[in-house]
Design a protein around this ligand. Sequence first.
Ligand code: 5GP
Length: 193
Amino acid sequence: MAAGKPHTGLTVLAGPTAVGKGTVSTYIRDNYPQVWLSVSATTRPPRPGEIDGVHYFFKTAEEFDRLTGEGELLEWAVVHGRNRYGTLRSTVDAAIAEGRSVLLEIDLQGARQVKAAVPDAQFVFLAPPSWDEMVRRLVGRGTETPQEQQARLETAKLELAAEPEFDHTIINDDVRRAADELVSLMGLTPNPR
Ligand code: 5GP
């Protein structure tokens, strides 16, 4: 396993839609308290079970406007053409200053903005085991209409093409294995099996 760039303190995890970034970051939240996982601001309404301040900071459109207007976001993007998501600059800066290992799980547009702002951060691409597996996951989720699924697959093709922009690629064949590889790249020790 390649050694990462732990000295930077900041690691960005991105990848195509439906690749399972959320599942990997949830696994890390639950199993790796030594990772400081950024809590994003979003205009998306909470899903059942989501807690404000834990999963996201849920914001109104006006509140989000204020965050962008006052430069409080390190990056932000409209994801899936619908809701806005962004990383709170002050909390991330404070965690880095404290020497924490900081992880951002964000979309590709956001990752590119972080690369422009913090070029020496570590950028990790989470890839599906195969194209077919990605289609299966996207369709199997059953939360989108066929038209939406088609649109997302088109987006996914473009997103897969971004892989060379990243320092490392992790194949999400198994959530636990992928999460362990990610924490290793962050310079931390994976939990014993
Ligand atoms: P969901 O609504 O399913 O929780 O997340 C949808 C997408 O938003 C995911 O691809 C996730 O990576 C992305 N996302 C979450 N937080 C942020 C953020 O702070 N910035 C950006 N650019 N994308 C985010």
